[in-house]
Design a protein around this ligand. Structure first.
Ligand code: NDP
Length: 300
């Protein structure tokens, strides 16, 4: 193996420590006691979602943030869920709201949810996932309020590993609203508004309808895979010396694997993120960062 392993876990720990310091600094600035608070809404019993929410809660506590979890049964109605979000919007002790996705689909005892309407209902000033149309619009215009957590984590990883993408060709495989699209937008920004030096890339977005995907990937100086298909990016799709960022988290049997065939790709790439221990921990760290930012916006 020749590639440098980009240690997301270590960098996430560094960011979480910075967040803990930022909480203390904010508290010194404010005249009354404020503890940043993140409210997570978990609907149904999806085991992976339960684990994610528990991990987020634990990470909050370590950083001096209060983590509250609102658990609702799978047969909760859309109206009841919107009512809870309305209450959290109004509650001044809550600074950030996150609705854990996916919401249960119809047939799990409930009628299913209009996910878009639920996310749209979150107050944009408490929208720490940056999914609301207001926050997406601000990002598009290069004046973001909150940056979406996974792409922001990747920007931080690149920045802290001294990897510049300016003038380079970045290929993002995947065009989801959560990862692919905002990732492409952030790396293509003119200035550093979405993460200091990590900007000015020439970006291609690839997806399931892209012709000659292997060729497109081979032209990338930096290849970011956010597909959700286990190990679909093979070593021969990676340009020698490229930086490979694997966003994928796929459960195969009792193992977690990424969207990149790690061992093959690591033979060719100059640097690569592992799964687990790459992008995943950074997503949580940036959620904490956004919660403190939200608290600051609401109080200072
Ligand atoms: P989505 O399913 O929303 O999007 C997947 C994208 O990949 C789509 O744009 C789809 O194309 C594209 N795609 C699917 N199959 C192919 C293919 N064979 N060739 C080319 N493109 C393809 O997924 P997400 O963006 O939400 O997540 C992607 C992965 O990242 C998942 O494994 C997920 O678990 C992981 N993830 C990890 C996070 C972390 O913290 N590390 C956070 C969020 C997600 P089309 O649009 O044409 O359908």
């Amino acid at each position: 193996m020749t590639a440098e392993i980009l240690d997301g876990k270590r960098i996430a720990a560094e960011i979480r420590e910075e967040v803990a310091q930022a909480v203390k600094k904010l508290q010194l600035e404010l005249t009354r006691k404020v503890v940043p608070c993140l409210a997570a809404v978990l609907v149904g019993e999806d085991p992976a979602s339960q684990v994610y929410v528990r991990n987020k809660q634990r990470a909050c506590e370590k950083a001096g943030i209060e983590g509250r979890t609102h658990r609702l049964p799978a047969d909760t109605s859309q109206t009841q869920l919107l009512e809870l979000i309305g209450q959290l919007n109004e509650d001044v002790s809550v600074n950030g709201i996150l609705v854990q996705l996916p919401l249960p689909s119809a047939g799990n005892g409930g009628a299913g949810f209009d996910e878009r309407a639920v996310l749209d209902a979150v107050d944009p000033l408490k929208d720490v996932d940056a999914f609301s149309p207001v926050n997406v619009g601000l990002l598009m215009q290069g004046r973001p309020r909150f940056l979406p957590c996974t792409p922001h984590g990747i920007v931080q990883l690149l920045h802290r590993c001294n990897i510049s993408v300016a003038g380079k060709h970045v290929v993002v495989v995947g065009r989801s609203d959560i990862v692919g699209k905002p990732m492409a937008m952030m790396l293509a920004q003119r200035d550093g508004s979405c993460g200091r030096e990590v900007a000015n890339a020439t970006v291609t977005i690839a997806h399931s309808r892209t012709a000659n995907l292997a060729e497109v990937c081979q032209s990338a100086d930096c290849l970011i895979a956010a597909v959700g298909v286990p190990e679909m990016i093979k070593g021969n799709m990676v340009k020698p010396g490229a930086v490979v960022i694997d966003v994928g988290i796929n459960r195969v049997g009792d193992k977690l694997v990424g969207d990149v065939a790690f061992a093959e790709a690591a033979e060719v790439a100059s640097a690569i993120t592992p799964v687990p221990g790459g992008v995943g921990p950074l997503t949580i760290a940036m959620l904490l960062h956004n919660t403190v930012l939200a608290t600051r916006l609401q109080h200072v």
